[in-house]
Write a protein that binds this ligand. Structure first.
Ligand code: FES
Ligand code: FES
Length: 208
């Protein structure tokens, strides 16, 4: 067999294998459309979340110990649901983009930025706002210490600061200065009350 005929044979073989493969694919397509074969999604395929909206959807929350239900568009943030629908305006919205922590609330006892949390994602959760910290007329020790140590100036950052500091004391009863600095590292205060906030939080920890 000379080189020319060997090359031609190789070409013929590859054309044959291609046509064979195409035939199998075509046969499978015909069989699938006739319902003879069925496509089975892999069992590990992730479940898609239910599609919500575009209209209002119900969100149920436990807010400061009360069962609440709000009807909001899926794009509504937790901060908006709390302020505009439940009228809990103690939570402040300053940057509305996750960079100042003024809007800090506890979601299932963990501090989160409520402007970065969708209300629908908080469905069924326990939410604590600054209004829920006091026990009736008795302020939370962190709130008392903020007053005693004069830790607020304009007050815009204060509810978020209080929630971050009280959140720290909930998980660490005996924090040091570095712990307080770390817990409030996301809380921006344009008035520069940080030293007073740190003092107040350490004093509250001692009291508690
Ligand atoms: S208002 Fe939410 S982080 Fe600034
Ligand atoms: S007290 Fe004014 S921003 Fe903190």
């Amino acid at each position: 067999m000379n080189n020319k005929s060997s090359n031609e044979e190789k070409k013929a073989v590859s054309r044959r294998s291609f046509l064979k493969g195409a035939g199998v694919t075509t046969a499978s397509t015909v069989a699938m459309s006739a319902g003879l074969l069925s496509f089975k999604a892999p069992e590990t395929a992730p479940k898609r979340p239910p599609v919500l909206g575009p209209g209002d959807t119900e969100v149920r929350l436990e807010v400061n110990g009360q069962q609440e239900s709000v009807w909001v568009e899926p794009r509504t943030t937790l901060a908006e649901a709390l302020r505009d629908h439940l009228h809990l305006t103690g939570t402040k919205v300053v940057c509305d983009r996750g960079s100042c922590s003024a809007c800090t609330v506890w979601l299932n006892d963990k501090p989160v930025c409520s402007c970065m949390t969708l209300a629908v994602d908080a469905e069924g959760s326990k939410v604590t706002t600054v209004e829920g910290l006091a026990d009736g007329d008795t302020l939370h020790p962190v709130q008392e210490a903020f007053i005693e140590y004069d830790a607020a100036m304009c007050g815009y950052c204060t509810p978020g600061m209080v929630m971050s500091c009280a959140g720290l004391l909930k998980r660490n009863a005996n924090p040091n200065l570095d712990d307080v600095k770390a817990a409030t590292s996301g809380n921006l205060c344009r008035c520069g009350t940080y030293p007073k906030v740190f003092e107040a939080t350490l004093a509250a920890a001692k009291k508690m």
